[in-house]
Design a protein around this ligand. Structure first.
Ligand code: FHN
Length: 595
């Protein structure tokens, strides 16, 4: 599906959506130690390190975790209901606690919490029964329990704090100037005994489909050697050549020749362009991975569905995480969100699984994002914003369309292709909440033009300042430091100042031209011109909008009669000599063709 796909990753690229589960000891403390929330981070599962929780207190908290086999089943059921295809369970986080009865360590949930069944075995069964892939997260380099594991400077060797000067900073943030609490030999002993040993154990017992390692820094900035990570990968390949491995093993090379299988981008990171190998974002329903009572900033189904679609359109996956509470139950907020996501995917039926990169830019469409089934040459339009007139205006599509379908009920939709614009006539209101998918069958491989501006929802074209080609005037931000305000075009003093936009006009006819600008008393009354070549132009005089530069008003300038459909370059320039500012221009609007 991606350019570098191996047969190993086919299921992963088909699946697109997964569930991440961080059941962590912090849940038994509700994310607090002795009443204090986790320090300096949103990550509740870092409580042990951030708040320097001594081992004995952590172990007492472990004893409070309890769970039943039915709760484990409910995780898989919730994933299935949410339309997720794989479940990544944290088998051991940085605190070293194994969530299966490991033979290689006594530091297990079964020993310390008295849980009398094997959670991983139960989860494996629950996933198998529902056609889900079971995957394991395993923290391979941090282990705050094992004296040979790395990172615990508060339980071990804490009698000589001077020895660790600079270390805490390094531990949390990376960088230079630290001293390790382990010799390379001690770490190597841990690596082979426990890290590789437990990964082997997990593989042999539960046959996971994927290992999710968690070195979020460059391997060179850790104490792991290239040889060690290579050995881990070789062992996994030998035990099960179908098992996927993510880049956070500490190997950034992706692909069939000696690399890992896919890239894990940063936590809650959503890339803004296509990545040519398999990849995944891991995101949190709120902000913490492990459960914390202090973390109540829940994200919405809108947020996840849009990011899922955007990831698919860039060739990637999304795994969403909840941290179960002390009794293993998922927070209600996460469950409700999962149900909403699942309902949206189920109702639409198509457009997510098995789909991948679409070259259609999000910015060139006003309704949402497209994904692509490149085998069927079927382009899926994901409509987040339903046009009020029910007409979906698709811009820049060069390939002929042979059919249009409303995916939720399979009904055929009528459409009209006018050059590179397609109008699809859908129902007046949005049939599926959050995202309604329309399938467009194409006569061949999809080809698009993302450079030429097209129509917006409801008709007409919006030529915004940030999309102009302009040297003079400048693209300015209205207020210093303000990030949310749109870009404007200012600095029109030069005679040759001009801003241009390349547009595609789908239908001949007259269109109302409106400019939205701010103009003060000093600048009012100057001439400007909007032209589209071949004598097609309208002229106007700037009108005062207010006494300052922040009052933008849409002002109609006149009509332009486009003789035929096609590509035009729209230019705005001063009309007549001036060495004064003309206006601060926010946008130009060309109305819908007037009948
Ligand atoms: O430190 C961990 C964190 O607790 C969590 O497990 C995330 C998941 O991506 N990974 C690390 C930080 O990137």
């Amino acid at each position: 599906m991606n350019s570098d796909t191996t047969s190993r990753t086919l299921w992963f690229e088909d699946a697109r959506l997964g569930l991440f589960i961080h059941w962590n000891v912090c849940a038994a403390l509700e994310g607090r130690f002795d009443g204090e929330p986790v320090r300096q981070t949103e990550y509740g599962e870092w409580l042990r390190a951030r708040n320097r929780v001594p081992r004995e207190n952590w172990d007492r908290a472990i004893a409070k975790l309890h769970i039943t086999p039915e709760i484990v089943d409910s995780w898989a059921e919730a994933a299935l209901d949410a339309g997720m295809k794989y479940v990544i369970f944290v088998s051991k986080h940085h605190d070293g606690l194994a969530f299966w009865p490991s033979r290689l360590s006594d530091y297990t949930l079964n020993n310390l919490a008295g849980v009398d069944f094997d959670i991983c075995e139960r989860l494996k069964q629950a996933c198998d029964d529902r056609g889900l892939k079971l995957c394991f997260y395993y923290s391979h380099w941090h282990d705050w329990e094992d004296p040979g594991g790395w990172g615990n400077f508060w339980d071990f060797n804490s009698d000589d704090p001077a020895q660790f000067e600079g270390y805490e900073n390094f531990f949390f943030y990376g960088g230079e100037g630290h001293r390790d609490n382990l010799t390379p030999e001690q770490f190597d002993e841990y690596w082979h005994r426990k890290s590789m040993g437990q990964v082997r154990e997990l593989m042999e017992r539960y046959q996971p489909a994927l290992f999710w390692f968690d070195c979020w820094r460059r391997r060179e900035d850790t104490n792991m050697t290239q040889t060690q990570v290579d050995e881990m990968l070789a062992m996994i390949r030998e035990i099960d050549p179908t098992c996927l491995v993510n880049s956070r093993l500490g190997i950034s090379k992706i692909g069939s020749e000696g690399g890992v299988d896919y890239e894990t981008v940063g936590d809650n990171e959503f890339p803004d362009q296509w990545i040519g190998h398999p990849w995944e974002s891991a995101a949190t329903f709120a902000l913490s991975w492990g459960y914390s009572r202090d973390d109540q900033r829940w994200r919405t189904a809108t947020y996840f569905i849009r990011n899922l679609v955007r990831n698919i359109s860039f060739g990637g996956n999304l795994a969403i995480n909840f941290g179960p509470m002390a009794d293993g139950r998922a927070p209600q907020e996460a469950l409700v969100c999962m149900q909403q996501i699942g309902q949206c995917l189920r109702e639409n039926r198509e457009g997510f699984y098995g789909c991948g990169h679409s070259p259609m830019d999000e910015e060139s469409q006003d309704w949402g994002i497209a994904t692509l089934d490149q085998v069927q040459n079927r382009l899926y339009l994901h409509l987040f914003d339903w046009p009020v007139d029910g007409v979906v205006r698709v811009n820049g599509l060069l390939t002929p369309v042979t059919g249009a379908t409303l995916c939720c009920d399979g009904s055929a939709l009528s459409f009209e292709q006018m050059g590179q614009t397609v109008h699809v006539s859908g129902p007046k209101s949005m049939p599926v909440a959050y995202d309604t998918v329309i399938g467009l069958d194409l006569a061949g491989p999809v080809e698009v033009d993302n450079q030429t501006l097209g129509e917006i929802n409801g008709g007409g074209l919006a030529l915004q300042a940030h999309r102009a080609s302009a040297g003079k005037p400048r693209k300015e931000k209205p207020y210093e430091g303000a990030t949310k305000l749109p870009c404007q075009l200012g600095g029109w003093e030069a005679e040759d100042a001009e801003a241009t936009w390349n547009v595609f006009i789908p239908e001949a006819g007259a269109r109302e031209v409106t400019l939205c600008y701010a103009c003060t008393k000093d600048c009012a009354g100057q001439g400007f011109m909007v032209s589209a070549g071949d004598g097609l132009e309208v002229r106007g005089l700037t009108q005062m909008t207010q006494l300052n530069w922040s009052e933008f008003r849409p002002i109609k300038v006149g009509r332009m009669e486009f003789p035929q459909p096609g590509k035009y370059t729209i230019t705005v320039r001063p009309d007549g000599p001036s060495n004064r500012e003309l206006f601060k221009l926010l946008w130009v609007h060309l109305g819908d063709a007037l009948g």
